[in-house]
Design a protein around this ligand. Structure first.
Ligand SMILES: *Cc1c(COP(=O)(O)O)cnc(C)c1O
Length: 350
């Protein structure tokens, strides 16, 4: 029985050829290919400027620094997200403030965010979780800088304009299993030339006359070559994801589960279903049939902090399951997922 992984990159000949070209050119580190990737990426996401870095985490770190966020400042982030956000806020010495989510969309709840605003709030990081754009209009009216976390939503739109084009800055991740990949990698994009210039200055340590702490967060031309090829395929990736999501919707709509909040702009980075029960048993039984499912978020951040309660986050975390969805998921694999899920779930009677 071959195992269907929970997520998998979609890479092939196109990526190989471009990467080999870079290797044969012997210009391996950050150079002209990174520059081209930044330009093409900025154009695709309707941003004025972009700076490539080593990861989404590095992108968050440098964006916070470039916005001048530091000790004494507070940054609002959701509890229902990966620890990368918590780490980045700690890197700059600021205080992370956790807010709750909207249980229908899984995105940050702007009303709960507004309750956590203080005189120290210097930024809000708004992820477009699982590929569904957050209601940017509501966040923009809060009056603090918004960093859009587009790590799971690159290529998607909000009100017909690309995600990432609605806040002060946007960050992206090109980790192996994200929407598009460079193995590891990230990007900061913004309409502010000043902000992107500061990010570019901070990502490298060499050739400076005046010392200040800088980092080594440069992307290589090898990675950027892969990124260019993935960027060219991004629209087709998203079409594939939406087609699979539609098949899942048709197959699962008669079951007693909560399907993802559907909008025509959702790119379905994850296909998350809401159960009536804890997902652990379902995860084990599907694994027994070679199908790898997972909790979409490993641990809510407020669990680590043991401080503030986020009731919606907790409820969603207890009952959510993410099932395989990626452009390289073949038709017969998708059918196996559907058949196994229906069989194992049987209307919630586990
Ligand atoms: C993956 C991810 C990150 C971190 O990106 P890395 O490249 O793994 O550092 C940040 N935010 C969200 C929402 C992510 O999904």
């Amino acid at each position: 029985m071959n195992i269907i992984p929970h997520s998998k990159p979609t890479v092939g000949k196109e990526e190989s050829l471009r990467v080999v070209n870079v290797i044969e050119s012997a210009q391996l580190a950050q150079g002209p290919v990174v520059q081209k990737f930044e330009q093409d990426f900025a154009r695709k996401t309707c941003a004025g400027y972009a700076a490539a870095v080593t990861s989404g985490t590095a992108a968050l770190h440098l964006t916070l620094l470039a916005l001048g966020v530091g000790p004494e400042d507070e940054v609002i982030i959701p509890s229902y997200v990966c620890t990368a956000l918590l780490n980045a806020v700690h890197y700059v010495g600021a205080t992370p403030v956790l807010a709750d989510i909207d249980p229908d969309t899984y995105n940050l709840d702007p009303v709960d965010v507004s309750k956590h605003l203080t005189g120290q709030t210097r930024a809000v990081i708004v992820p477009h979780l699982f590929g569904l754009a957050a209601e940017m209009q509501d966040f923009r009216s809060l009056g603090v800088p918004i960093i859009e976390d587009c790590a799971q939503a690159v290529g998607g739109t909000y009100r017909e304009k690309p995600v990432g084009a609605h806040g002060e800055a946007a960050i992206y991740s090109f980790y192996a299993t994200k929407v598009m990949t460079t193995g590891e990698g990230g990007m900061v994009a913004s309409d502010s030339k000043g902000l992107i210039d500061r990010v570019k200055e901070l990502r490298e340590y060499d050739n400076v006359d005046k010392y200040k702490i800088r980092y080594n967060y440069k992307m290589t031309d090898i990675q950027a070559a892969m990124g260019l090829s993935q960027l060219a395929r991004l629209n087709s990736f998203i079409e594939n994801r939406r087609a699979i999501a539609e098949k899942y919707r048709q197959a699962f709509q008669s079951l007693d589960i909560k399907l993802p909040f559907h909008t025509s702009e959702h790119i379905y980075y994850r296909y998350v279903v809401g159960l009536k029960t804890d997902p652990e048993q379902l995860i084990r039984r599907l694994a027994g049939r070679g199908i790898t499912c997972a909790r979409p978020v490993h641990h809510p951040l407020h669990f680590y902090q043991g401080l503030k309660d986020c009731p919606q986050t907790e409820k969603v975390w207890r009952q959510s399951l993410s099932i395989p969805i990626y452009p390289s998921l073949r038709e017969n694999e998708m059918k196996r997922v559907i058949a196994a899920f229906k069989d194992v779930y049987k209307g919630g009677n586990l």
